[in-house]
Design a protein around this ligand. Structure first.
Ligand code: NAD
Ligand code: TYD
Length: 387
């Protein structure tokens, strides 16, 4: 048993856990018996989804976990390979836009929770081809909402059911240097086809709570990093290019700021929101790690010089190359997670340096994982963006 001043979790048997919570001085401690959940994880073979599946299977081994993933270029069965043989985990390859399939899975697995990660998630790809973003992020989310609503009503509208929509801070647009960080009440102002499609899906989720009373939750999170991150995003792209001795493309002047969160901290925040979040609410999730891109890339270079043996180019910073800026590039994102801290007791545990070290060590230990992703499709994409 451990005590962190907020929550004590006591395992009494594998099916039930006691949560003793001190929510605030004003509230009395409460005791809740945890019922096992039956959870559908959409996009569970992607970066954050697969980390979440690992987190959930480790933390709640008696829960039923069903992964629904279309295995687009960003989805990878290998991300779940070490969970093969786990009896309570089922993988289904399929599209969230396939209404019949979603209806069937909800009924056949008697699911009570959806953790919805499936999305087209990369800004640069949304600039090259926005159509897939509207289809999966808007139409796909709508399909899940409709399917879950009808199923939830048919089940008698149980209070305990949850629909968690995992979204992004990018829906709030871009901050100037002196602006306060995004809160849950910051007006939406999405600037890329990606963030506009996520904003559209957030509005649909919100409407399903207000119109139908469906127990939805929304999280808006800052930039994640960690194991299983597809190498088109900044941090894994830089790590892999350093290993291959390729140029490190920094967009524009490199002064854009992102607020970085280690993916395991994101997963623990989602866990807390599913269990204790207030239906109909949104929660911002951030890492308190605002860093300029160029500073982050320099730090990655230093860590790679220290941790990776026999790099083709040393020091790695000799590979840094400024390239043409991304069109409509948001200048700064910063998240204020005060609500999550004050109401649900969540704070991120991993410092940026610790998280970067863990991430680099993971990539060094898994060369066959990332090498298998450098396919023709990846090279063709790379040519288009960095030509
Ligand atoms: P990802 O691109 O790594 O994974 C997306 C997964 O969804 C893939 O496994 C893909 O195969 C699957 N998928 C795509 N279209 C599908 C469809 N039509 N049907 C079923 N599955 C489909 O994305 P990620 O970085 O893991 O992001 C997960 C979620 O978190 C997204 O909704 C994203 O908007 C959100 N988010 C991401 C970040 C970040 O920094 N990566 C930050 C905040 C929020
Ligand atoms: P990215 O990982 O694509 O996340 P997002 O665009 O969702 O924030 O990019 C993070 C930051 O890094 C963003 O400001 C764009 C920048 N960037 C580069 O400078 N070079 C690159 O090659 C990539 C992929 C991103």
């Amino acid at each position: 048993m451990f005590w962190n001043g907020k929550t004590t979790e006591v395992s009494i048997n594998p099916d039930a856990k006691l949560f003793l919570m001190h929510m605030s001085d004003a509230q009395q401690p409460s005791i809740q018996l945890r019922q096992p959940r039956r959870i559908l994880v959409t996009g569970g073979a992607g970066f954050i989804g697969s980390n979440f599946v690992h987190h959930w299977c480790r933390t709640y081994p008696r829960d039923r976990v069903v992964v629904l993933d279309a295995l687009t270029y960003a989805g990878n069965r290998q991300n779940l390979s070490d969970l093969e043989g786990v009896a309570n985990l089922r993988f289904v390859q399929g599209d969230i836009c396939d209404r019949e399939l979603v209806d069937r899975l909800l009924r056949e697995e008697a699911l009570d929770t959806i953790a919805h990660f499936a999305a087209e998630s990369h800004v640069d790809r949304s600039i090259l081809g926005p159509g897939a973003f509207i289809q999966t992020n808007v139409v796909g989310t709508f399909t899940l909402l409709e399917s879950f609503r009808q199923y939830w009503v048919a089940e008698g509208s149980p209070d305990s059911y949850r629909f968690l929509h995992v979204s992004t801070d990018e829906v709030f647009g871009s901050l100037a240097a002196e602006d306060p960080a995004f809160t849950e009440t910051t007006p939406y102002a999405p600037n890329s086809p990606y963030s506009a499609s996520k904003a559209g899906s957030d509005h649909l989720v919100r409407a399903y709570f207000h119109t139908y009373g469906m127990p939805t939750l929304i999280t808006n999170c800052s930039n994640n990093y960690g194991p299983y991150h597809y190498p088109e995003k900044l941090i894994p792209l830089m790590i892999i290019n350093i290993l291959l001795g390729k140029p490190l493309p920094v967009y524009g002047d490199g002064q854009n700021i992102r607020d970085w969160l280690f993916v395991e901290d994101h997963c623990s925040a989602l866990d807390v929101v599913i269990h204790r979040g207030q239906p109909g609410e949104t929660y911002n999730v951030g890492g308190n790690n605002e860093v300029k891109n160029i500073d982050l890339v320099y730090r990655l270079c230093q860590l790679m010089d220290e941790l990776a043996p026999d790099l083709p180019v040393q020091p790695a910073e000799n590979l840094i190359t400024f390239v043409k800026d991304r069109p409509g590039h948001d200048r700064r994102y910063a998240i204020d997670s005060t609500r999550l801290k004050n109401e649900l007791g969540w704070v991120p545990k991993t410092s940026l340096d610790e998280g970067l070290r863990k991430t680099i060590e993971w990539y060094l230990a898994h060369p066959s994982w990332w090498r298998s992703l450098l396919s023709q499709e990846y090279q063709a994409y790379y040519e288009k963006v960095y030509a």
